[in-house]
Design a protein around this ligand. Structure first.
Ligand code: C2E
Ligand code: MG
Ligand code: MG
Length: 740
């Protein structure tokens, strides 16, 4: 600026103003004003003119630049500058305008206010420049009396503040919008609540600590009381989450949360906030301890934010409800199969812990359901679900299928003994006390594959084996089981095909009277000859047929064959009976009794010539079912034998209830019968049979010595390789002809 331009410098002293209303008491903050002029006098004069000026509660603070380039640098370095009083002509004619460009274009600062000053009207910038660069005011220095200067500065700063407020609002709203998007992506209650506190911190930009609380009941799993629980925290200890608010040990928090719930409205104080969130049935309170009071804008933004939070809070609960419906079992309120798979996923991926996952399958549940009704069935399942929790809160539980429960826990807790212990006492369902038992399949972490679905399959393999194990009702998965499983499935497939292709045969093993040495009947025994001409033992394939259910069709076929055989023998031989082995799945069929009777009727044979052999294990598997069926069969005149007697655990009380004709002494008690002191069991069985008025037949006689001993003991009949092995029908007829 040249000296000539300063001819009217005294204008700054003209006309003292009466702007008292803006000379209010100021706080600590200041407005930073940059004076840019190449004439040092202008600096001091301006400063003098504006001394003591307080704008919107703050004093002004001056920074000085004496050239355009210096101004640019200062503005860059100092983000607090709000107003630039800028000389247009300095080192160059347009030095001031270059500063303007730098501010608006290079630094992209749209908020800084600019007042252009020039000594001469001829240097006035184009109107377009004033518009384009958002210049607050353009004044020739002659125009700037003190009063005008003060007014200009005041207007400029007020405009700065409006812009700042709009910006802050915009940023706050941007945060709310971003926060809302973030919140709506949260589906779990705890993630949502945590996120709310994070967003809240951003919005109020306050070094605060906070807790979000709600009444526990219905909100936190397994919590039934109405005390306040912490759902999320910020600035406290994370172990407080899902604990009672009292655990925070903060009297104020306790007090304010309660009052806020009662008054149902926000309480905004300088040191703390209690924010009330309510929508539908869902209510919560956020308690915030503030480092400094909120500004008005922050309070407004907070209100906007909170209204969104309430909606989200309700949504996340509704979502939780939906997800409960998808992942919880409605009857027992335990996790369902889907959720158990997720738990198993975690189980399979956890490291280092001695964990085991198990399935509990209730035996004969469907019978209880059928016999006592679904209501009782449901009550029983609920009772089992409840009792299961007794294993310990460290475990995770689920209902995986109709009568199958799942459990995951430490190996030392989830043991066969502990699980069996759950079933020692009867369960109460309605008026009923139901003694029930179950089978258990286990898979330890050691063998677990790396996904939930695979682990469930592994436990199932163990469970299926456990179900078939007649002595121990549990099994731990091991990898060989899977090979066995593959083999079994292959065999079952082959058996199904071969049965359909009529490749099964029924052979006959003669049974003789010890007294006369004549054939009195035969046991019908299945033979499976595969395509390669090999025979597969029934001891191998019968369990597979039972497991797959094929035994039902095969069993029907056997009974029909036996009836046909009886019919054919009738014409040539007297009193030859045929024994047929039956399995438990056949008894489980509703129409079993009717099919047997139907077979007898359609072949028009004497029912007493057909004998059904049942084993003790069949009887023990489901005593009532078997006893009922046998009573009906017996009443039709069909004979009943108890096979493999002595190997099982049938209680004598059941033995008495059975309508038996014959006891079969198992081969195990015959093998060493001729040896000194080895005939005690056989003797006991024979005596028992006699007392019960039953015929006794011994199986597995291979030597004459055994026959002699049996004769001494008073046994009636015999069957064994010593007399004849099982043979095809043709050979049997020949044998009969020779021994009848
Ligand atoms: P089981 O009912 O105890 O049949 C007697 C088994 O002992 C038969 O074996 C027979 O061959 C064998 N045996 C007979 N005498 C002697 C002997 O002196 N020494 C020796 N070492 N063994 C002897 P098999 O035919 O292999 O049948 C095994 C089991 O398969 C049968 O035991 C029975 O439980 C089952 N089974 C066979 N056929 C059928 C059937 O049609 N239906 C059902 N459900 N099970 C069947
Ligand atoms: Mg038998
Ligand atoms: Mg037997």
């Amino acid at each position: 600026m040249q000296a000539s331009e300063n001819s009217n410098d005294d204008f700054l002293f003209i006309d003292d103003s009466d702007e008292d209303e803006i000379l209010a008491q100021s706080g600590n903050d200041t407005w930073q004003v940059l004076i840019v002029d190449d004439d040092p006098e202008i600096h001091s004069v301006t400063q003098l003119a504006l001394s003591d000026l307080v704008v919107l509660g703050r004093h002004l603070e001056y920074i000085h630049a004496y050239s355009g380039s210096e101004a640019c640098q200062l503005i860059e370095e100092n983000a607090e500058i709000v107003l630039v009083l800028l000389d247009v002509v300095m080192e160059t004619d347009d030095a001031g305008l270059n500063v303007v460009k730098h501010i608006r274009e290079t630094l992209n600062r749209q908020d800084i206010r600019i007042v252009l000053r020039t000594g001469q009207p001829g240097y006035a910038p184009e109107e377009s420049v004033i518009k384009e660069y958002d210049i607050n005011d353009y004044k020739t220095k002659t125009e700037l009396t003190r009063r005008k200067l003060v007014t200009t500065v005041f207007a400029a700063i007020r405009s700065y503040q409006q812009i700042a407020t709009v910006n802050e609002n915009r940023q706050g709203l941007e945060k709310i919008v971003a926060g809302a998007t973030e919140l709506s992506s949260k589906h779990s209650i705890s993630a949502f609540c945590h996120s709310v506190l994070m967003q809240l911190n951003t919005i109020i930009s306050n070094d605060s600590s906070s807790v979000l609380c709600a009444r526990g009941q219905g909100i936190i799993d397994n919590v039934d009381d109405l005390s306040f629980y912490i759902l999320a925290q910020s600035g406290h200890d994370n172990s407080l989450v899902n604990q009672k608010l009292e655990q925070l040990k903060n009297e104020q928090a306790n007090k304010f949360v309660k009052t806020c719930f009662l008054q149902q409205q926000h309480q905004i104080e300088d040191q703390h906030l209690s924010l009330y969130i309510a929508k539908g049935d869902y209510r919560a309170v956020i308690f915030v301890e503030l480092a400094s009071p909120l500004s008005e804008i922050q309070t407004q933004l907070l209100n906007v934010f909170l209204s969104g939070v309430a909606v989200g809070y309700e949504n996340v609960h509704l979502f939780q409800k939906l997800s409960n419906a998808a992942y919880k079992d409605w009857l027992t309120n335990l996790p369902n199969r889907l959720e158990f798979l997720r738990l198993l996923d975690d189980f399979s991926q956890q490291n280092g812990e001695q964990l085991v996952a198990a399935l509990i399958d209730i035996n004969h549940f469907s019978d209880i359901n059928d016999a006592l009704g679904q209501d009782i069935g449901n009550q029983l399942l609920t009772a089992v679900g409840k009792r299961m929790l007794e294993i310990g809160s460290i475990c995770k539980f689920a209902r995986v299928g109709a009568d199958v429960f799942g459990i995951i826990g430490p190996e030392s807790v989830v043991t066969p003994e502990n699980l069996m212990g759950l079933f020692l006492h009867p369960f109460t369902a309605g008026e009923q006390h139901l003694p029930i038992n179950a089978c258990f399949g286990f898979c330890t972490k050691e063998h677990a594959e790396n996904s939930g679905v695979k682990v469930l399959n592994q436990i199932n393999i163990a469970l299926n084996l456990a179900k078939k194990n007649r002595l121990e009702h549990f099994a731990y998965y091991n990898p060989e089981m899977e090979d066995q499983m593959q083999w079994r499935l292959g065999m079952i497939r082959q058996l199904r095909n071969d049965f359909a292709a009529n490749c099964l045969e029924l052979w006959y093993q003669p049974q003789l009277s010890l007294e006369t040495g004549k054939v009195i009947g035969a046991e019908a025994l299945l033979r499976w000859r595969t395509a390669d001409g090999n025979y597969i033992s029934p001891a191998v394939f019968i369990p597979l047929a039972e497991y797959s259910g094929l035994i039902i069709d095969i069993g029907d076929w056997v009974i029909n064959q036996a009836c046909e055989q009886i019919k054919r023998l009738d014409s040539s031989f007297n009193n030859i009976s045929i024994s047929v082995n039956v399995s438990i799945p056949q008894f489980r069929r509703d129409d079993f009794v009717d099919t047997v009777i139907g077979s007898i009727k359609s072949h028009q044979i004497d029912p007493s010539k057909l004998e059904l052999e049942i084993t003790e294990s069949i009887l023990m598997d489901d005593p009532q079912l078997v006893v009922d069926a046998l009573m009906k069969l017996k009443s039709e005149g069909i004979s009943i034998a108890l096979d493999d007697f002595g190997t099982g655990y049938s209680s004598l009380s059941y033995l008495q209830k059975l309508p038996l004709d014959r006891l079969k002494v198992d081969r195990a008690f015959v093998t060493n019968i001729a040896e000194e002191g080895q005939s005690v069991i056989a003797e006991t069985i024979i005596n028992l049979g006699k007392k019960m008025d039953l015929k006794v037949i011994a199986e597995g006689i291979e030597e004459i010595k055994q026959q002699e001993r049996l004769l001494e003991l008073g046994c009636d009949e015999v069957q064994g390789f010593y007399y004849a092995k099982p043979m095809p029908e043709k050979d049997f007829i020949e044998f009969l002809k020779a021994n009848h």
